[in-house]
Design a protein around this ligand. Structure first.
Ligand SMILES: *Cc1c(COP(=O)(O)O)cnc(C)c1O
Length: 235
């Protein structure tokens, strides 16, 4: 079995090769290590190797690891899970980024609850690019209104867009859905809303995301191994 270091290096190698294949500069791509369900010790090990940004899906798990790793001063937590109103305070206090804002009410709570001593919370708006009605994420037709509302909130910094495409192996479908997110970024720019981050691509599809304009890939299992869900919190 590969060590954590080897797996992490392997993912960086995949990112490098994918950038070479489409003539992008590897410095444009950030690697978010998705540590959900893995212990704080694994996060600490990867932090010691030089990884700085980690992603969590469950508010309580974020809160716990944030406390356990409080001594890792420049470690950044990104919240990438579904966000309920009763969990916004934890995220506002523990995270430096949240990728899954898809309605104004949640954004308003995050802004109100962001502690004064911390810089504004970086926000990506989650967009439903698959058209599946069961998926979270704002509909594309409602994105501009949401972006304009989030921009007025004093303790949030609107940075980008995020998507989770349909669960499929069809690379053409995946590419189309990633392209839709990139188009959303271009449309917002026409309205004067310039965003520097596209959060798209995971362990299985990061190459397709890189070919289609991602700036941040969220990679869990390819770094930490297969996940088991013994302590998934009840929302
Ligand atoms: C779990 C998760 C990931 C990481 O998925 P892997 O397939 O393990 O890389 C990325 N993004 C989100 C939103 C997730 O929930």
């Amino acid at each position: 079995m590969a060590t954590l270091f080897e797996a992490w290096q392997g993912v960086q190698g995949r990112i490098g090769a994918a950038c070479t294949a489409c003539a992008r500069n590897v410095a444009e791509i950030s690697l978010l290590a998705v540590s959900k369900t893995f212990p704080a010790a694994a996060v600490r090990e990867l932090y010691t190797l030089g990884q700085r940004s980690f992603g969590e899906n469950y508010a309580q798990e974020l809160q716990q690891k944030h406390a356990e790793l409080a001594d890792c001063s420049d470690l950044n937590w990104h919240f990438i899970g579904p966000l309920q109103s009763n969990k916004t305070r934890i995220v506002a206090e523990c995270a430096s980024w949240v990728h899954t804002v898809d309605r104004v009410k949640i954004a308003e709570r995050l802004s109100q609850q962001r502690p004064e001593h911390l810089p504004p919370l970086n926000v990506c708006l989650q967009v439903n690019v698959s058209g599946e009605t069961s998926k979270s994420g704002v509909q594309r037709a409602e994105l501009l209104g949401l972006a304009q509302a989030v921009q007025t909130l004093p303790r949030l910094q609107l940075r980008g867009l995020m998507c989770i495409p349909e669960a499929t192996d069809d690379e053409v479908k995946l590419a189309k859905q990633f392209q839709l997110l990139k188009q959303c970024q271009a449309t917002l720019a026409e309205y004067g809303i310039e965003l520097d981050t596209l959060s798209m691509g995971m362990s299985s599809d990061l190459e397709i995301a890189i070919a289609n304009g991602t700036t941040l890939v969220r990679v869990g299992s390819a770094i930490f191994g297969a996940r088991h869900y013994p302590k998934q919190e009840q929302e």
